[in-house]
Design a protein around this ligand. Structure first.
Ligand SMILES: [Zn+2]
Length: 190
C-alpha cells in the first residue's frame, strides 16, 4: 500500500486520528513546493504538523467538518469526495479530494486528483495587474479568497483575478472568503 502511494501521481497525505500529518507522498511535496510553499521546505518538516494548521485560517472550519463527515473505509461505496479549485497563475485547476477515514478511528488517507486543467477563461476572469493602490485595504493588507484566490478590491466593489499575486503572494496578504465561495462552501452560513 505504501509503495503504491509513494509512486501515486496524485498528491496523497495521511493523518493521525488527531489530524497531525503522518505521511505525505512525493507528488504532494512536489505540488506544495511548485505552488509557493516556502515555510516548510523538506518532507520531514511537514510531518508532525496538524493539517488544519498548515492551511489558511478561513478553510479550517470547512475541512474540519469535511473530515468529520468522512465515512469509515468499508462502510460506504464511495469515500467522501470534495472538488476544490487550486489554480496557478496561468492554469485553471480543479482537484477532487477523496477522504478515506480508516477503521477504528485510525486516521485518514486523503487523495487529491487533478480533474480539470485548462488555461483561465479570460472572459470569466479578466486578469488584472497587481496594483496595490487598487487592492490594499486601509490597514495595508491584501485580502485574498482562501478558496478561489481572487483578491478583494479596496473599495469593496468586488473581487479580481490577479495572476502576479498567485505566482508570488504579496507581502501583507491575509485570507478571507469571497461571496461566491461563501455560498458554495458554507451554504448553511457557518
Ligand atoms: Zn472565492
Amino acid at each position: 500500500m505504501l509503495e503504491q502511494l509513494e509512486s501515486h501521481p496524485a498528491s496523497v497525505f495521511g493523518l493521525f486520528p488527531d489530524g497531525v500529518l503522518a505521511y505525505v507522498n512525493p507528488a504532494w511535496v512536489e505540488f506544495a513546493l511548485e505552488n509557493g510553499a516556502t515555510t516548510l521546505e523538506a518532507t520531514p518538516s511537514w510531518i508532525g504538523h496538524r493539517y488544519l494548521d498548515v492551511i489558511a485560517t478561513p478553510l479550517r472550519a470547512f475541512y474540519e467538518k469535511l473530515f468529520e463527515r468522512a465515512p469509515e473505509v468499508g462502510s460506504a461505496l464511495q469515500p467522501l469526495s470534495h472538488v476544490y479549485e487550486c489554480s496557478s497563475a496561468d492554469t485553471y485547476r480543479q482537484f477532487a479530494m477523496k477522504v478515506y477515514a480508516l477503521a477504528n478511528s485510525g486516521g485518514f488517507v486523503v487523495i487529491n486528483t487533478l480533474v480539470t486543467s485548462r488555461p483561465h477563461d479570460t472572459t470569466q476572469r479578466e486578469p488584472k495587474l497587481p496594483d496595490r493602490a487598487r487592492y490594499a485595504l486601509a490597514d495595508g493588507l491584501i485580502l485574498q479568497c482562501a478558496h478561489c484566490r481572487l483578491v478583494r478590491r479596496a473599495d469593496n466593489s468586488g473581487w479580481d483575478w490577479v495572476p502576479a499575486w498567485i505566482e508570488q503572494m504579496p507581502p501583507g496578504t491575509s485570507h478571507g472568503v469571497c461571496e461566491v465561495c461563501l455560498e458554495y462552501y458554507y451554504p448553511d452560513g457557518d
